[in-house]
Write a protein that binds this ligand. Structure first.
Ligand code: FAD
Length: 488
């Protein structure tokens, strides 16, 4: 226990706002070792650590932090990887302020320990040590599993099962694996090299990756079941919602999915050197208040916009985005129009969007989400001049797989119905987890649910067939992307 309590978090070195809005490089550059050790030394190593209780997957947080404080980084990363397979991803994108850090004892009077940043530090330190050997694999058990979708849920299931001796094929609709980590979250928040490293690692476990393969079109789930013993569906929630207001079909109005995919995956910012165009828009309005909205607004700035608005119908307190990303957006000059509701989009004679008509809102009584309900103020309309509008108000699962898989039960919002603890669906030999079940959620929840589904698939297939499957020996020195739920 330190003699004097240190309530002040060490700041994360970052690119300066005026520099970073001119590039797509990562904003936060990470703690150097001395700063990481200083920050780790603030941890009180509580007897009953609230942070562990606040972590969706129960990482031994004080354990790895004590290792950092002692300068034993190898022991620290081993400790995290007992339960978290993707610390480089989770240390960057998990909503720690709502989870582990929210329960940190230091947070009562001062700043919580920067748990996410320390997690990232260890992951980056390990990556800098060079190539890491995959763990020894068990003999094949003769069973085959198809994993549909290569996001965090699919990657987790594929790696877990490969490490148990299954022959796994992962089918991905896009030309690159990684799901939202690849096409949605921008490079300046999650460098794609990290995602590629994790995907390559899963392949090194023997997982076969089939890209450009749209299950439900190229081949149905029932057809896969003729060849595979089980199918896992982790196809995410990639179907964007729209506002349903006049003018939404004007040119220059994008869903956030399209906008971010054009930029991240298709490198539209390099058009015409790359094939996918992305219009340079001086004035951009992004509708929504979540991570997707922040990512879109900050991408617009980096694409050269002079003025970027976030148009959100509630107040700052209610923004669902991670606080760090809200602060980054503010620092970068994004204009926040709170308590503002778009009611109409206006175009020119050539159908290009030119303005957004908005109505003012005020906060009323709390709604079913516990947040105060926004109420429209009649007669408060005003115009925002725009050249592009990005709609980032939410997503649902794509209906393709339910439509082409008879007997697969879906919920009211198009999500596949699956048991929370096992991922079992209404159809025999079909499991599902991640955003396709919960609707748009978080990386860590998709990974955790994927791990539970992998366990259930293994229990079912090995139990039914009396397979003698020993898990791969793991001395804890190896990263196992997907082999454990992650988070912080
Ligand atoms: P996904 O990551 O969506 O992966 C599904 C994959 O399945 C995709 O690659 C898709 O192409 C593929 N697929 C779909 N249909 C088919 C088919 N028919 N055949 C074959 N393949 C198919 N979460 C956080 O925790 N922190 C954040 O900061 C954060 N920021 C985000 C920012 C953005 C822009 C977005 C969009 C999401 C963000 N999220 C964040 C949410 C998080 O990324 C998701 O909850 C998570 O990726 C869900 O994982 P998944 O594996 O269920 O699905």
């Amino acid at each position: 226990m330190p003699t004097k309590v240190d309530y002040h978090r060490r700041p994360m070195p970052k690119q300066a706002p005026h520099e970073r809005i001119r590039n797509f490089d990562e904003v936060a550059v990470g703690y150097p070792p001395d700063l990481a050790r200083e920050e780790a030394s603030r941890c009180l190593n509580c007897k009953k650590p609230g942070c562990v209780a606040g972590c969706p997957v129960g990482i031994d947080i004080p354990g790895f932090i004590q290792c950092i404080a002692a300068g034993d980084f190898a022991a620290g990363i081993r400790k995290i990887k007992e339960t978290n397979a993707l610390p480089a991803v989770c240390g960057r994108v998990c909503p720690q302020e709502e989870q582990c850090e929210k329960r940190c004892a230091l947070g009562v009077k001062g700043d919580a320990v920067a748990i996410g940043r320390l997690e990232r530090f260890l992951a980056d330190w390990e990556a800098a040590q060079g190539d890491i050997e995959p763990p020894p694999l068990p003999a094949p058990n003769g069973r085959r599993v198809a994993v549909v979708g290569s996001g965090p849920a699919g990657i987790t299931v594929a790696a877990d099962l490969a490490l148990l001796g299954y022959r796994v094929t992962m089918f991905e609709a896009l030309h690159a694996a990684g799901g939202v980590l690849t096409y949605g979250i921008p490079e300046f928040r999650l460098p794609k090299a990290i995602v590629r490293r994790e995907v390559a690692y899963v392949q090194s476990l023997g997982v076969e990756l089939r890209l450009n393969y749209v299950v439900g079109r190229t081949r149905t789930i029932d057809s896969l079941l003729e060849e595979y013993d089980a199918v896992f569906v982790g196809t995410g929630a990639g179907l964007p919602w729209f506002l349903g207001i006049p003018g939404e079909n004007l040119i220059g109005v994008y869903s956030a999915n399209e906008y971010l995919t054009r930029c991240n995956l298709m490198r539209g910012y390099r058009f015409p050197a790359e094939d996918t165009p992305l219009k340079q828009s001086p004035r951009v309005a992004v509708v929504g208040g979540g991570n997707v909205a922040m990512d879109s607004a900050r991408t617009a700035l980096r694409l050269g916009a002079d003025e970027v608005h976030i148009v959100y119908r509630r107040g700052r307190e209610e923004l669902p985005a991670r606080l760090e990303e809200v602060e980054n957006a503010e620092e970068e000059g994004v204009i926040f129009d709170f308590l503002t509701l778009p009611v109409r989009l206006i175009g020119d004679d050539h159908n290009w969007v030119t303005a957004m008509e908005c109505r003012r809102m005020e906060l009323g009584e709390p709604d079913e989400s516990g947040r105060r309900r926004p109420v429209e103020i009649p007669g408060s309309e005003s115009l925002i001049a725009v050249d592009a509008v990005v709609v980032a108000i939410g997503n649902s699962p794509n209906p393709l797989i339910p439509r082409t898989t008879p007997g697969l039960e879906v919920g009211r919002k198009g999500n596949i119905v699956a048991e929370e603890t096992t991922g079992r669906t209404s159809r025999d030999r079909i499991w599902a987890a991640g955003d396709v079940v919960t609707g748009a959620a978080t990386v860590i929840s998709a990974m955790g649910a994927g791990r539970r589904a992998a366990r259930s698939i293994h229990e079912t297939l090995s139990g039914a067939c009396h397979l003698e499957v020993e898990p791969a020996a793991d001395d804890g020195h190896h990263p196992r992307p997907g082999s454990g739920p992650a988070g912080s």
